[in-house]
Design a protein around this ligand. Structure first.
Ligand SMILES: Cc1cc2nc3c(=O)[nH]c(=O)nc-3n(C[C@H](O)[C@H](O)[C@H](O)COP(=O)(O)O)c2cc1C
Length: 389
């Protein structure tokens, strides 16, 4: 992909000026089962709604009478300076959203100098993404229930050059997602009459998918018993990567991983304290985008409590429900050091293919700079001083 320019984005902005515009277009381009997988959540999707309403309810008080300045987004985190205080959250089964989605995320991350987190259950293998984004890719681990496989994956991530490992703890069991259950979501997509019709009426997705080949869990493929068909392989992968992450399990990963270790899915002070005790380098406050527990709190409402628990030095990253630069500012005004976005980047690649993640990065950066101007903040690190209502 050639580097996109500001004028390219300014033209594109006339149609896609916000992440919401990308979501609307993504819905048109994806078959229903794929869009439902990306947009949907657990239960009655109240956690998804709460993520949004909690963010929308936060008011930030402007500060106008300051010397003129140009806002800068540069932010240091985990030993590196990034061009902005946000990155791309891990998305499993990314190839179902758009073929090679993880590769497009990686190219944008490397070009724009923002982190991209590759999921254990993404459909591109960890070595490929490390090559595409040698400086900016992090690897997300669902700790396998098999010690030898765990050690092997961690070793591969080390050899591939990853410097940050993200252990997700909030999937002790896969959240029940009614839309996916009703759509019969599976890997590979089930060849039902309904799915064929949905594919045929979304030819760009169907043709791109045919060209790229059926998505597969590439990172985990070497561990799937030989001769297993894809459906059984997918069940094997689900069983491999589920279960509670005890302190003991996390400690084993800490002992094996010399780089940055970040725990994702923290929602209470006890887990935050455990992560700190194990020697983690950062935590991600997240309710998995409302996909796990429908009664889970919105991260923005608990950041302050968790900050009190872990202290000022522990990097806190937050995600879930973020759709704009303003939302990033809201989370940072509450004490987050960095923000991840899952669906926003998913919608971008579904709406615009390989150019999508770059455009989402452009929109979010422009929005965040604009918000900083209104608030009289020269940098995102000034946000915690902003008045809140
Ligand atoms: C389609 C989809 C797949 C996801 N897969 C994973 C995953 O494999 N590992 C993980 O840690 N989180 C996963 N998540 C959660 C995201 O990393 C992130 O926490 C969430 O998307 C944030 O909410 P947002 O989508 O509203 O930004 C997934 C989320 C979505 C939407």
């Amino acid at each position: 992909m050639t580097k996109t320019t500001d004028s390219f984005h300014q033209k594109l902005e006339r149609r896609f000026a916000s992440i919401d515009d990308l979501e609307i277009h993504a819905q048109k381009r994806l078959p229903k089962f794929a869009f439902d997988y990306l947009q949907g959540g657990t239960g009655q999707e109240t956690a998804i709604a709460r993520n949004r309403s909690s963010l929308n309810n936060i008011q930030l008080i402007p500060h106008h009478m300051v010397e003129p300045f140009e806002p800068q987004l540069k932010t240091s985190l985990l030993g590196r300076t990034w061009s902005a205080p946000f990155g791309i959250a891990p998305l499993g089964l990314s190839g179902l959203i758009w073929p090679d989605a993880a590769k497009h995320f990686a190219r944008t991350a490397q070009q724009q100098n923002i982190p991209t987190v590759l999921s254990t259950v993404a459909t591109t293998k960890l070595e490929t993404i490390a090559q595409l984004a040698p400086d900016t890719a992090w690897f997300q681990l669902y700790i396998p229930n098999d010690d030898a496989i765990n050690r092997s994956i961690i070793e591969r991530a080390k050899t591939a050059g990853y410097k940050t490992l993200v252990v997700t703890i909030d999937v002790p069991a896969l959240g029940r997602r009614a839309r996916d259950i009703k759509n019969g979501l599976a890997v590979p997509p089930k060849i039902t009459f309904k799915n064929i019709i949905q594919g045929a009426t979304h030819p760009t997705w169907a043709l791109s998918t045919l060209k790229a080949g059926m998505p597969d869990f590439e990172t985990l493929a070497p561990y799937v018993p030989k001769g297993t068909d894809m459906r059984a392989a997918s069940q094997y992968v689900s069983a491999l990567a589920r279960g509670h992450v005890s302190m003991d399990k996390l400690q084993k990963v800490r002992d094996l991983w010399p780089g940055n270790l970040v725990v994702k899915g923290i929602l209470n002070e006890i887990d935050a304290a455990s992560a700190k005790q194990v020697g983690c380098d950062g935590i991600i406050i997240s309710n998995h985008g409302g996909r796990q527990l429908d009664a889970a709190p919105a991260p923005i409402t608990i950041i302050k409590n968790i900050r009190r628990e872990v202290g000022a030095q522990m990097p806190i990253i937050a995600d879930s429900g973020v759709r704009s630069g303003l939302d990033i500012a809201r989370l940072m005004a509450h004490g987050a050091d960095f923000v991840l976005l899952g669906r926003a980047f998913g919608y971008s690649v579904a709406a615009l293919g390989e150019r999508g993640p770059d455009h989402a990065h452009y929109i979010l950066s422009q929005e965040l700079k604009n918000v900083l101007s209104q608030l009289g903040c020269k940098t995102p690190q000034d946000l915690p001083r902003v008045g809140l209502v």
